[in-house]
Design a protein around this ligand. Structure first.
Ligand SMILES: [Zn+2]
Ligand SMILES: [Zn+2]
Length: 274
């Protein structure tokens, strides 16, 4: 059985996220720990988990991921923004532990033109600090980016570099198919690249999104499965690689009515992996 999930709203309570995911045919999900556009987070003591845990048991539900907010930049030259980024990521790690999650998915941010080499030591040090200050059962997952505006880890070599410089069982990564396509990796051959870099063992989550933009466009616009520029055959090839078989797959597509992942997209994903 494969874990098929979607990014869903947790408004009204964490258990509502499970209901929403279940309603569209999922056995896994991703959510935000708060609004993705504001820094403020609820006191962790106020986060109610018991109803969510019982629903997950009842539905025999799989992994639950937390997506970090979009304002984070671990390469920011602005000390205040950096401080806020560290604080919210430590919160999300504690949140991941509290909800018995499978990891927080993080866009590391942008070097803002300075270049990867100029920021990578600091970025590694910041991630190490977050890991050190987090519960043992929390996981930090680096997501690959689409190659836009100096975004870190659009090149998988950068993810490899971070793994070479941070050794921790709490560190993994998440592969987004839309971002890879936009950054110039096609799904027919990217598996070989992941093998070459030795990154399969740390790959904990796959974001399955089609792309509104062309190959190597450097643009990050997700599209519904089968409606974008990634060929069905390419999705099928990648998602059925033996290395991918046990990795949870999460949809972050706009949905047919624009309200986020829906049952028709889940059906398409299931058809890709049958
Ligand atoms: Zn993603
Ligand atoms: Zn994206």
């Amino acid at each position: 059985m494969r874990y098929i999930g979607a990014h869903v709203s947790a408004s009204g309570g964490l258990e509502k996220a499970v209901e929403r995911a279940k309603a569209i045919g999922c056995n896994s999900l991703q959510l935000f720990s708060g609004s993705p556009r504001v820094w403020k987070r609820k006191d962790l003591d106020q986060v109610e988990t018991s109803k969510m845990f019982s629903l997950r048991d009842e539905y025999n539900f799989g992994p639950v991921f937390t997506h970090s907010l979009y304002l984070v930049n671990l390469a920011s030259p602005n000390p205040e923004l950096l401080e806020k980024s560290l604080r919210v990521l430590k919160y999300d790690m504690a949140f991941d532990s509290k909800i018995k999650g499978s990891g927080i998915v993080v866009h590391l941010g942008s070097h803002l033109g300075a270049g990867w080499e100029a920021v990578r030591d600091d970025v590694a040090a910041h991630i190490s600090e977050i890991l050190k200050d987090s519960p043992d059962d929390a996981t930090f997952l680096i997501e690959n980016s689409a190659g836009q505006k100096g975004k870190l880890c659009s090149n998988l070599e950068e993810i490899k570099w971070l793994f070479d410089h941070i050794s921790s069982p709490k560190l993994g990564w998440c592969f987004d198919t839309c971002h890879a396509h936009a950054a110039g990796y096609d799904l027919l051959t990217v598996g070989d690249e992941i093998s070459r870099l030795g990154l399969w063992k740390d790959l904990k989550c796959i974001h399955v999104n089609d792309s509104r933009d062309d190959f190597d466009s450097g643009r990050d616009r997700h599209e519904n499965l089968g409606k974008g520029n990634i060929a069905e055959a390419d999705f099928k090839h990648f998602l059925n690689l033996p290395e991918v078989a046990e990795i949870p797959m999460i949809l972050e597509v706009p949905g047919l009515d624009g309200n986020g992942p829906d049952a028709p997209n889940i059906e398409v994903l299931k058809s890709y992996v049958e």
